[in-house]
Structures are given as structure tokens and as C-alpha cells.
Design a protein around this ligand. Structure first.
Ligand SMILES: Cc1cc2nc3c(=O)[nH]c(=O)nc-3n(C[C@H](O)[C@H](O)[C@H](O)COP(=O)(O)OP(=O)(O)OC[C@H]3O[C@@H](n4cnc5c(N)ncnc54)[C@H](O)[C@@H]3O)c2cc1C
Ligand SMILES: NC(=O)c1ccc[n+]([C@@H]2O[C@H](COP(=O)([O-])OP(=O)(O)OC[C@H]3O[C@@H](n4cnc5c(N)ncnc54)[C@H](OP(=O)(O)O)[C@@H]3O)[C@@H](O)[C@H]2O)c1
Length: 486
């Protein structure tokens, strides 16, 4: 990330740097080329960064539906992983560069449409992420006591729409479906001693609920086997080292796995499997008073069952075996069922992208905008001039911030190529969005970056009083009040 800052200095601020002048200009009124980015997560900011770095004549406006920026860096990344959030410093630097304008509290598709934006921008980049969760589609999924990991993560991170989730953690046994990094985040937050969380930016309401939590055992259930887990070694190692907690893995789950590790298995897969085997074979002398976590393999949930009070009380699982299908190890149900008691369930089987604007094509099966390398395609498979996508809405909800950065850079590179080739459409009022478009949106309060910084300042001040980095404002109304009060 030092590289990011260096590049930004060199290319964005260094006025002595050689300037590239394009022979063709797309805009009727101005030599500048204007891009609108929809979404202020890593995909949005990194697309803007690459555009600004590689062309000194570009200006970028980033529209965000919330009054606050940074997407999942603020509302997804776990509170006990503060280093990951350092990317915010680079995004802030970009927002201060004078060529990148943050337009918060404006939802594209509802308050403004992509057709509205086309009058003002030569290129529009959809970078709005994946806001929903994938569903299991089984009976009982909507029972009280069953939560999506997405909602739970949003709740402890202060996402306004999840502030009233009130998860019931009064029972001892939690089951998490899915074996990805989000599942591990949820398990770790449930099991970490509250004293270790209270100095993070986790929200006060979550800290209070976790302090009362009775959860003692967390079972992370995967439909495939140990060789197919989706979480990564750093995250698993953190779980194995949690104070006051032990891994309760069944060594027999790993029978026959060791010999398979000697072949062509990639090194990261080999190392994570060895870590699981070591954890399973580790002798724990005294488990009294300790909380525990476990991994269950080769089980698919088929039904969630309730007790007489209507809340979830058990889960029916089908045992699976692994079968190779075209080189992919697939989970195949055996028909054999088992039932396990539980008090609370978290479904962590991935996020899901949704359409936000009728005029932008959407592939509902894949949950992405149909595209070729970031150029949005119409039903005939042709590029819609001036329309692009980036990040999770481009490639689906997988990958860490670095993957999203590379993906955003690739999209920005294509936009610059299309600009260079004279393929970007002319926009009637290019460069005049903040003068003409935004003032015309009656009843809305676009929030600027400096207004967000007032919210940021207040959050840090409140956090300071509590001995934590920040205490987030969790209601949109309060955010707007703070931002707009002189
Ligand atoms: C729980 C969780 C934890 C994670 N932890 C890590 C981690 O520790 N390290 C790591 O490297 N990666 C982590 N990741 C992955 C990382 O967060 C993603 O790679 C990245 O955030 C994807 O970026 P994005 O910009 O595509 O989407 P997002 O970050 O979701 O950003 C999309 C933005 O678009 C906005 N938006 C949505 N709809 C509209 C609209 N209609 N109009 C305007 N704006 C809109 C949203 O409010 C949001 O701000 C985590 C992911 C999750 C889910
Ligand atoms: N600390 C970090 O770096 C961090 C933290 C959080 C998230 N992230 C990243 O964010 C991305 C999203 O993470 P994620 O955990 O939401 O997704 P993920 O990595 O795709 O994991 C999803 C899990 O759900 C399972 N699953 C999917 N459909 C299922 C079904 N119908 N029934 C049962 N199980 C099902 C998958 O199993 P199959 O493999 O069998 O499909 C997989 O185990 C990932 O790239 C992740 O690395 C990173």
C-alpha cells in the first residue's frame, strides 16, 4: 500500500509529471473526460485511482447510496482486523486529490437512474458490490434464531439496515453453514472474549449483546470435505489460537487425507490441511470452562426444525460423499440423514449481487452484470458504449481486497483504452453534474467527502471516550444531521 501512496503522489499530484494529451476528445464542451462510479467500496475507489493515475485529464465522481464511504471495508471487514482497513487512508488521499468527488447519500437506480447519469458522464462504472445473501432454500430457513451471516456481520459493524437485528445469543450451541472466511469471522466474533473486542471499532450494541452471550460451542458445517474448505490459513490459525477456546476436531475426519497431500495439491491447500490435522490431533489436557469450535464436513442442511416456542432447535443434515465431476470435487447426497440440536444458526454460504437499475442488464443466475472484462454487454453480447462494471458486481462475491483492486484496475484500463480509441460517448453536460444534476434532485441531501469527515471525526471522538478507535453512527438520519449541521 506504500506503493499506492507513492504512485498517487507521482501521478495525481505531481504537476511536473509528463501529461498525456489525447488527439480525440469525446466531449463537446470540455477537454476533460468525466467518469461516474457507482459505489464507494474498494472496487469504486480503485477504479477511480487507476483512472486518475493513468490520465491527468480524467475527473471521477463516486456516487454512494449511504452518507458514508468505503463499502465492505467499513461494514464487512472484521473489527479485530484493523490493519485491513488501512486502505481507507489511500482512498481518503484520493478523495482529497481534487479530481475525485464523493457524492454520498444518493442511491443510483432509485434516486437517480443510469439514464440520468448518461447526460453528464462519458463513462459510467457500476461498482456497487453484492448487497444480499445467498439462500439455502430449505424449510425452516426463516425461523426465529436463524440469521444470515451477512446480516450478523452488518449488525456488529454498524450497517444502518441491520441495526435492529438483535440476534438471540441466549443458547449455548451455534451452527454456521458454509466454510468460507465469513463463517470464520462469525465464529471468531462469537467466541472471542469480550475484553479483547472492546478496544476495536465493533459497535457498542454488539459488544453489549456479546457480553451477555451464552454461546459455548460453534460448529462450522461444510457440504464438502477438508480438502475443499474455502477459508484461508491466516483466518483458521486465528481460530486455533483464540484464548479461552479450543478446537474440538474429529481426527477420523482426516483419515486418508494425508497421503493425498503429497501429490499435485497446491501449497496453500496443503498447509491449511496440515493445520487442521494438527489441531485435530492436539491433546488438550483440561477443557473445563473453555468454549469450543468444531468443523463438520460432508453435511448439507436439508431442514431447520423448531421447538414448541417456534425458534430454531435442531438441524437435519444429509451426509454427502465427494464425487469428481469434470475435475471438480462435488458434494453428492447419500440419502442418509442425521439431526443435531442447536440454539442459533448462521447461514454463511456467500453474498449475492442484485440489479439496481432497470436500464442495466443483469444476470440473475450469476448475480452479476453481464460483462466482458468489465465492459457491460447487452442481450446480443455487444458492449454498451460507456457502460462498465468493476468488483463484486462484475465477477461475483468472491475475492479479497487485493483481488478487487486488480479487477478494478483492469476495468479502468479498458475505459482508458476506449477513450483513447474514441469509443466513449459524448455526454451533453459532461463535467457539470455537480452544478446541474445534483441541485435538481429535490429533497435529497448529497453528502460530500468533507461532510463525511465530520461524521468520521465525531465517530473517532466518541470512540476515544470509550477507549476504542471509533464508535460508529448507525442511523442514516443521524449521519445526515451530523454531516449537515454547521
Ligand atoms: C464479511 C466480509 C469480510 C471481509 N473481510 C475481508 C478482509 O479482512 N480482507 C480482505 O482483503 N477482504 C475482505 N473481504 C472482501 C472485500 O470486502 C471485498 O473484496 C470488497 O469489499 C469488494 O468490493 P466492492 O467495491 O465490489 O463491493 P463493496 O465493498 O460491497 O462496495 C459496494 C458499495 O456500493 C454501494 N452501493 C450499493 N448499491 C448502490 C447504489 N444503488 N447506488 C450507490 N451506491 C451503491 C454500497 O453501499 C457499497 O458502499 C470481506 C468481505 C466480507 C463480506
Ligand atoms: N479475512 C479475510 O480475508 C476475509 C474475511 C471475510 C471474507 N473474505 C472474502 O470474501 C469472500 C466471500 O467470503 P464468503 O465466506 O462469503 O464466501 P466463500 O468463500 O465463497 O465461501 C462460501 C462457503 O459456503 C459454502 N456454500 C455455498 N453454497 C452452499 C450451499 N448451498 N450449501 C452449503 N454450503 C454452501 C461453500 O461451499 P462450496 O465450496 O462447497 O461451494 C463455501 O464453503 C471470499 O473471497 C473471502 O475470502 C475474506
Amino acid at each position: 500500500m506504500a506503493l499506492f501512496a507513492r504512485l498517487l503522489r507521482n501521478f495525481v499530484f505531481d504537476t511536473a509529471a509528463p501529461r498525456v494529451r489525447w488527439s480525440r476528445c469525446v466531449s463537446r464542451n470540455t477537454s476533460t473526460f468525466n467518469v461516474c462510479v457507482v459505489g464507494s467500496g474498494p472496487a469504486g475507489f480503485y477504479t477511480a485511482y487507476k483512472l486518475l493515475k493513468d490520465n491527468p485529464d480524467v475527473k471521477v465522481d463516486i456516487y454512494e447510496k449511504l452518507p458514508v464511504p468505503f463499502g465492505l471495508v467499513r461494514y464487512g471487514v472484521a473489527p479485530d482486523h484493523p490493519d485491513v482497513k488501512n486502505v481507507i487512508n489511500q482512498f481518503t488521499e484520493l478523495a482529497h486529490s481534487g479530481r475525485c468527488t464523493f457524492v454520498g447519500n444518493i442511491s443510483i437506480g432509485t434516486q437517480l437512474t443510469v439514464d440520468d447519469l448518461k447526460h453528464y458522464y462519458n463513462a459510467i462504472v457500476m461498482a456497487y458490490g453484492a448487497k444480499e445473501e445467498r439462500k439455502l432454500g430449505i424449510p425452516g430457513e426463516d425461523l426465529p434464531g436463524v440469521y444470515s451471516a451477512r446480516a450478523f456481520v452488518g449488525w456488529y459493524n454498524g450497517l444502518p439496515e441491520e441495526k435492529n437485528l438483535h440476534p438471540d445469543l441466549s443458547g449455548e450451541r451455534a451452527v454456521i453453514f458454509g466454510q468460507g472466511n465469513v463463517a470464520v469471522d462469525v465464529a471468531r466474533i462469537l467466541l472471542t472474549p469480550v475484553e479483547l473486542l472492546k478496544n476495536t471499532d465493533i459497535c457498542a450494541h454488539a459488544l453489549n449483546t456479546l457480553a451477555q452471550s451464552k454461546i459455548r460451542r460453534v460448529d462450522i458445517v461444510g457440504r464438502r470435505g477438508p480438502l475443499q474448505v474455502a477459508f484461508t490459513i491466516k483466518e483458521l490459525r486465528e481460530l486455533t489460537k483464540l484464548p479461552g477456546c479450543f478446537p474440538s476436531l474429529d481426527p477420523s475426519d482426516f483419515d486418508g487425507i494425508q497421503p493425498k497431500l503429497s501429490g499435485k495439491v497446491p501449497r496453500p491447500r496443503k498447509r491449511i490441511t496440515e493445520l487442521m490435522i494438527n489441531a485435530a490431533n492436539k491433546e488438550i489436557i483440561n477443557t473445563e470452562g473453555l468454549k469450543e469450535w468444531t468443523l463438520t464436513f460432508l453435511r448439507s442442511p436439508v431442514e431447520l426444525l423448531s421447538s414448541t416456542d417456534g425458534t430454531v432447535s435442531s438441524v437435519k443434515l444429509e451426509k454427502n460423499r465427494i464425487e469428481d465431476r469434470n475435475g471438480v470435487p462435488c458434494a453428492i447426497g447419500t440419502g442418509e440423514m442425521e439431526t443435531r440440536d442447536c440454539d442459533v444458526v448462521f447461514c454463511s454460504i456467500g453474498y449475492k449481487g442484485v440489479p439496481v437499475d432497470n436500464s442495466v442488464p443483469f444476470d440473475s443466475d450469476k448475480g452479476i452484470i453481464p460483462n466482458k472484462d468489465g465492459r457491460v454487454l447487452n442481450n446480443e453480447g455487444e458492449h454498451i458504449p460507456g457502460l462498465y462494471c468493476s468488483g463484486w458486481v462484475k465477477r461475483g462475491p468472491t475475492g479479497v481486497i487485493v483481488n478487487t483492486m486488480n479487477d478494478a484496475f483492469a476495468t479502468a484500463h479498458l475505459i482508458l483504452m476506449d477513450f483513447n480509441d474514441g469509443k466513449l460517448p459524448v455526454a451533453e453536460y459532461s463535467g457539470e453534474a455537480t452544478k446541474k444534476l445534483l441541485p435538481s434532485i429535490k429533497g435529497l441531501d448529497p453528502i460530500t467527502f468533507s461532510q463525511w469527515e465530520k461524521i468520521d471525526h465525531l465517530e473517532q471522538q466518541r470512540g476515544n471516550e470509550l477507549g476504542k478507535p471509533r464508535e460508529k453512527v448507525i442511523s442514516v438520519e443521524e449521519m445526515v444531521t451530523v454531516a449537515t449541521t454547521e
